[in-house]
Design a protein around this ligand. Structure first.
Ligand code: ATP
Ligand code: MG
Length: 568
């Protein structure tokens, strides 16, 4: 490729709308261009890297029995209604209607549609396992699209689905895919860590997320400093360790707490630690309201809560709704509450002599005790575990790190095959539901994560395997025809050696070309300059290490060929 023909509109300035470095660099290197919130055009450099990542994914999927196919993006509402997800998915699902007013969605994921396909084509245990996959565009109308390709509303995903005869088969598929994911992210040059994960809207149980470690990551992971426990904060759970109180139980008293709104204010006013307060929050249910209780010094884990409430999206009840239900906003408490489901975190019963809202403007109750004064309908783990707490598996301490979720693997079991009737006949001719798994990778997010981990003040530092081009030739100027001639010769030699190379033939100063080479992040830069003219040497600069090597121009192509092969 000649740089004079390459469509890569590079920018000198850091674009104001980009908050994280990968987004800034993709815009600056002329890789992507925004079309609408969360929707981007992938320009040629980005698309080359995307294709390389997709090729790596294809190789690893095919190696574990994957079969690539292609499913429609537009999906009929009926199959989602059948699986029960049409109502659960919420506003993230992009819903459309055809000219006959029939409902469809732009696929956010494809469990329903692939399950219907396999149901139609597979009859016997002899045909299992099946591991179909596709690499295709997905749509999710994200609440906060941001960070460029990291969280788009339209994005490329590889999704594989496994269909097995039983749990044992699923376990085999899951392990194979888990390994394959490790291979993929290693080959892409990522520093990553698999962690135990929540299943979210996909459902099922048993899941891992592959996290590329990065400060800018939206996900928090907790890992043990002694054993190999690692989990997404969304799912991390530790046993209740609070001591059971055996002292005297106080009587309930109603106390005035003027101008105290927050847990901190109430606790400080009453001279108590925040852990004595039980926070009450009121959420929507499909049919009514739920009162959710947690210790005052803890935070609600929204993933856990939405799983318990069975709501895809959590919404607080409005003040009017609370008043209509007999609650006083700002002063809600569990005592005396009627016709509202109470859901409490496991630690709540262990707080003796609790402070709660009094159900009266400006007042709280003290001396409230679980069991004696109120009871929850559901007691479960609802809280966020924090760094510094004890590991659930050993005596180690949990530490936290931030990560970018580049992939996730899920055991779905028979959630979809039961709902959609996807079964097979076993050896005895008996009908059995297929046991499923599903496995996703965000292609654009992976590319962004690679940049997030591989950059410096000058630009991107591509790992060779996913670089849009492997090398660039920079003639320092075009005043002297020797530079142009020698560059052209070398360009032809490198093309012949099947090196993916750009010849920077633009009529620009050497400094501009060097800056663009660093910004775009070619792994190898070959400079044709005075040393070439005088001594027949070219200068090869390795982007990742800054190492500079002078070589006779005739040897450059073979040398680079070897270096590139070794780096893949
Ligand atoms: P997140 O928690 O980040 O919203 P998710 O868990 O909902 O992601 P999955 O359903 O597991 O996402 O999708 C599989 C993969 O697709 C993710 O691991 C991620 O790499 C990618 N992905 C998901 N949502 C987006 C998005 N909005 N933009 C880009 N990639 C995405
Ligand atoms: Mg996920």
């Amino acid at each position: 490729m000649r740089a004079s023909n390459l469509y890569a509109p590079t920018l000198r300035e850091i674009p104001a709308e980009a908050e994280i470095v990968s987004h800034q660099l993709m815009l600056r290197a002329g890789m992507i261009n925004k079309v609408a919130a969360g929707m981007y055009a992938y320009l040629p450099l980005a698309w080359r890297t995307m294709k390389k990542i997709m090729d790596i994914i294809r190789e690893e999927m095919d190696a574990v029995g994957g079969q690539e196919l292609s499913l429609p993006i537009v999906q009929p509402a009926e199959i989602w209604q059948k699986s029960g997800r049409w109502s659960v998915y919420g506003a993230e699902m992009w819903r459309i209607r055809d000219r006959h007013n029939r409902e469809f969605c732009l696929g956010p994921t494809h469990e329903e549609i692939i399950t219907m396909q396999i149901k139609q084509g597979i009859r016997s245990y002899k045909q299992l396992p099946q591991r179909p996959y596709q690499i295709a565009t997905k749509f999710r109308d994200e609440r906060r699209p941001r960070f460029g390709l990291m969280r788009g509303r339209e994005f490329m995903m590889k999704d594989m689905y496994s269909f097995d005869r039983n749990e044992e088969g699923l376990e085999t598929s899951y392990q194979l895919l888990y390994q394959a994911y490790g291979n993929i992210f290693s080959r892409c040059g990522l520093n990553f860590r698999p962690v135990e994960a929540a299943s979210g809207a996909i459902g099922g149980s048993g899941s891992h997320e592959f996290m590329a470690l990065a400060e800018s990551g939206e996900a928090e992971i907790l890992f043990c400093n002694q054993c190999d426990y690692a989990a997404s904060v969304e799912i991390a759970s530790v046993p209740v360790r609070a001591e059971k109180y055996s002292g005297p139980l106080a009587q309930v008293e109603i106390v005035a707490t003027p101008n105290c709104q927050t847990v901190e204010e109430v606790a400080a006013f009453l001279g108590q630690p925040t852990s004595q307060v039980v926070k009450s929050m009121c959420y929507h249910l499909e049919d009514g309201l739920a009162l959710v209780l947690i210790r005052g010094d803890r935070q609600i884990n929204e993933e856990k809560l939405s799983a318990v409430l069975g709501m895809g999206e959590l919404n607080f009840a409005t003040d009017e709704e609370m008043r209509a239900a007999g609650l006083v906003p700002g002063y809600i408490g569990p005592v005396g509450v009627k016709n509202i489901k109470i859901i409490a975190d496991n630690e709540v019963p262990l707080v003796a002599n609790q402070i709660t809202g009094a159900g009266q403007e400006g007042y709280h109750k003290t001396g409230v005790n679980y069991g004696r004064d109120y009871q929850a309908d559901i007691l479960t783990d609802l809280r966020i575990v924090e760094a510094g707490e004890q590991c659930p598996h050993c005596s180690g301490t949990l530490q936290s790190a931030r990560g970018i979720e580049v992939g996730q693997v899920f055991k779905l079991h028979t959630k979809y095959s039961d709902a959609l009737g996807c079964s097979y006949l076993d050896e005895n001719g008996k009908e059995q539901p297929m046991v499923m798994g599903c496995y996703g990778i965000g292609v654009g997010r992976t590319m962004a994560a690679v940049i997030e981990q591989n950059n410096d003040e000058y630009g991107i530092i591509w790992p060779v395997a996913v670089a849009p081009y492997e090398a660039v030739i920079v003639p320092v100027n075009d005043k002297d025809p020797v530079f142009t001639e020698k560059s052209e010769e070398l360009y032809q030699a490198m093309l012949k050696a099947k090196i993916e190379v750009v010849l920077d033939d633009r009529k620009e100063r050497g400094g501009v070309k060097f800056n663009d080479a660093d910004l775009i992040g070619y792994p190898f830069r070959v400079t044709v300059g005075n040393k070439t003219k005088n001594d027949g040497l070219v200068e090869i600069k390795i982007r990742a290490t800054g190492e500079v090597i002078d070589l006779p121009i005739e040897e450059a192509a073979a040398f680079l060929k070897e270096k590139i092969a070794a780096a893949k």
